[in-house]
Design a protein. Structure first.
Length: 333
């Protein structure tokens, strides 16, 4: 703050001195000199604009889109340097309107599979001459050729993975898994790259305190040397209030050999879980599997074994089992 105050004070003093100086008789002579100097400069500029001279300027290059199965492995120039000769006024006009001279290159016109193509400067020469003033001479072009290294890509289909950090308001639940559309896309890249590519990821989606369903558009994370059949995906999150539900599920045995079955006490356990209101009536005991593993049973010297949740619906949360252990016997058929 002190430095700002001191700078302001200094500037005020300078302005005050300038104003004081201009009020003196000598200032009239200075002003007269400055006026004639400006007039001289004006005429000098006019004279220079009528003289013939040379100028180098940069003109933008734009390239047409190429199909995703084609790759260009070298970096293409973004500008072309041209040397022009004409009157200063015409050169100034060309400089001011250089964006209108943008060179447009249709890459597919030059495409040849697995080869190097050199686009000649004569292509730009004709294009530019038709857009410059008739008196303007085009002396030189840099670069005089543009090499393009075309490579045809391989392709394969890979799933899209959602990167997300999501949180819900209390008493809310995801009623289904996130729906991604499209969930599988086609990717184009050299075979050596595709070999190690097993999925494509979205940009991070971070949403907090969600309490209702939502749909968003997400960009896919770019991968160097890889092109996607689409750059964006639509993600839908289905959210609703949840309620608690309980049901009795029979305990079954898994990995039991033929001729042997599990006999548990109790025969069924109580399963309690959270489920969205819309799916409450659709959940049935057949959607769950509570089991005891034969291998664990044989390795243990205890009759009481922990039950394992083998199967449950994807749209339920916070599954609890009571009791968590059952007494087990092996019954032969």
């Amino acid at each position: 703050m002190k430095e700002s105050s001191s700078i302001l004070t200094f500037l005020k003093n300078i302005i005050r001195k300038i104003c004081s100086f201009l009020k003196k008789t000598l200032s009239k002579e200075v002003l007269t000199f400055l006026i004639f100097l400006l007039i001289s400069c004006f005429f000098w500029v006019l004279q220079s604009l009528q003289e013939v001279s040379e100028m180098e300027m940069e003109i933008p290059i734009s390239y047409s889109e190429i199909p995703p199965y084609i790759s260009i492995t070298n970096k293409l120039p973004e500008i072309i340097k041209v040397s022009l000769r004409d009157k200063g006024s015409n050169l100034y006009y060309s400089y001011r309107h250089r964006k209108e001279l943008t060179v447009n290159i249709d890459l597919m016109k030059w495409y040849h599979k697995e080869s190097v193509v050199k686009i000649p400067g004569s292509t730009f020469d004709t294009y530019l001459r038709n857009r410059l003033k008739p008196t303007t001479q085009l002396l030189r072009l840099k670069p005089d050729t543009i090499p393009v290294y075309f490579v045809e890509k391989s392709s394969k289909k890979v799933p899209v993975h959602l990167n997300s950090i999501l949180s819900l308001l209390p008493q809310h639940i995801f009623s289904d898994l996130p729906i991604i559309n499209p969930s599988v896309i086609e990717v184009f890249a050299p075979a050596s790259v595709l070999e190690h590519l097993d999925r494509v990821e979205t940009e991070m989606l971070e949403l907090k305190n969600l309490d209702d369903s939502i749909a968003v558009i997400l960009n896919l994370k770019p991968i160097e040397g890889v092109r996607f059949s689409t750059e964006k995906v639509k993600v839908r999150l289905d959210i609703e209030e949840f309620t608690e539900k309980s049901m009795m599920i029979s305990v079954t045995g898994i990995n039991f050999p033929d001729g042997e079955v599990l006999l548990s006490f109790p025969l069924s356990v109580k399963v309690t879980f959270f489920v969205g209101i819309s799916a409450y009536s659709r959940i049935s005991p057949n959607d769950f599997q509570i089991s005891v593993d034969y291998t664990h049973l044989m390795q243990s010297d205890k009759k009481a074994q922990n039950v394992v949740l083998v199967k449950s619906p994807e749209n339920v949360r916070n599954v609890r089992i009571q009791p968590e252990t059952v007494d087990c016997l092996i019954e032969k058929n």
